[in-house]
Design a protein around this ligand. Structure first.
Ligand code: PMP
Length: 354
């Protein structure tokens, strides 16, 4: 070991889904939106001036913050934006999880939570999902230093009702409760209206999924002005210019076209319903999906084998080699054509395996 190595921080990083370079890949592995961003976003992208890029962006991110405040009918002082919701969540972990008591999150959930907790030295305790992969409310009603969970959960795609969120928030007045609503737009009811009644609730969302802008890295959260002020202070102690000019302009633009937004969501929700049926006939089962992805297991073929064989065909899905879920695949809802390619492969494949 080199002498300076003892001073190097040792962390086990989050492993993102693969971004293959090949063109003929059916990419159903990272929950991206298969449709392009709204036409106005593309136009705005093409008209960004060189001069706007020469300058530092607005550190207060006001065009995007104000557009979000208008869209969600909240005050601009209730909105905080960042470089994807990963950035917003990481900032929120640093800002709100400073207790000696452990923070709580589900054992099967977004794999970044334990990574941030380790990185920032936050004590944590994973709470096991029940046999049906549901969150157990009582597990989040014991002494804690903060709570975070996705709703719908990932990778299970299971949605809990707003009443479930409210009960957890109301029973934890001494903690900040972060609800990661990355996938809420695909048919779920957001807990956003609760922020007016609970100043310890932070709702985090993203433009990566429902607004087709994963490549731009735009995330945001909405909460009480006190929570937002605390986040701003941490952000300005870290990096004043988190968001670039293009992301600010394009994010604001994306919010203008609600018709396109709703149409795109409907297409994905319809394709998802069809996928549930088709996969069922092919021998798969899984929880009712409420995100833009399905979480399924096959009656006969091990998930790992399927994952490897799909990959050979250039069909990418996500496989997690983790306890309890190592016989499941997470499949992003693509276009009907992409899904057809998946069904066709699976049909021939299960015939061969019979
Ligand atoms: N939360 C959950 C539950 C996710 O699955 C993801 C996507 N990996 C994110 C947050 C982060 O998404 P982004 O940084 O693209 O907004």
């Amino acid at each position: 070991m080199k002498p300076w190595m003892k001073n190097v921080r040792q962390v086990e990083p989050y492993v993102p889904g693969e971004q293959p370079k090949a063109f003929d890949v059916t990419k159903l592995n990272t929950n991206e939106n298969p449709y392009p961003p709204a036409p106005g976003v593309i136009e705005a992208f093409q008209s960004i001036q060189a001069d706007a890029l020469r300058r530092y962006p607005d550190p207060s991110c006001s065009i995007l913050t104000e557009a979000l405040a208008k869209f969600y009918h909240v005050g601009a002082d209730q909105v905080f934006v960042g470089v994807g919701s990963d950035d917003v969540l990481a900032m929120a972990f640093q800002t709100f999880f400073n207790s000696e008591k452990p923070i709580l999150f589900p054992d099967i959930s977004y794999a970044f939570y334990p990574v941030w907790a380790e990185l920032f030295g936050i004590p944590y305790e994973k709470q096991p999902l029940d046999e049906e992969f549901r969150l157990v409310k009582e597990d989040y009603c014991k002494p804690n230093g903060g709570i975070v969970f996705p709703n719908p959960n990932a990778p299970t795609s299971i949605l809990e009702p707003v009443s479930f969120v409210e009960e957890i928030v109301s029973r934890n007045p001494e903690s900040v409760v972060i609800v990661d609503e990355a996938y809420i737009d695909f048919g779920g009811e957001s807990a956003l209206p609760l922020v007016d009644r609970y100043d310890n609730l932070l709702i985090v969302q993203t433009f990566s999924k429902s607004r087709s802008l994963a490549g731009m890295r735009i995330g945001f959260c909405i909460g009480s002005p006190e929570l937002i002020q605390a986040l701003q202070s941490v952000k300005y102690s870290f990096n004043s210019y988190t968001m670039n000019e293009a992301a600010l302009v394009l994010g604001a633009e994306a919010l203008k076209d609600e018709t396109y937004f709703r149409e795109t969501l409907k297409k994905i929700v319809d394709t998802r319903a069809e996928a549930v049926k088709r996969l069922q006939t092919l021998g798969f089962t899984g929880p009712a999906p409420m995100g833009n992805f399905l979480f399924v297991t096959h009656e006969k073929i091990p998930a790992r084998t399927l994952f490897t064989d799909l990959r050979k065909e250039n069909i990418f899905v996500r496989y997690f080699d983790k306890p309890r879920i190592d016989n499941y695949l997470r499949i992003t809802v693509g276009t009907p054509e992409e899904m057809e390619r998946l069904y066709q492969f699976l049909e021939n494949y299960s015939k061969e395996k019979r």
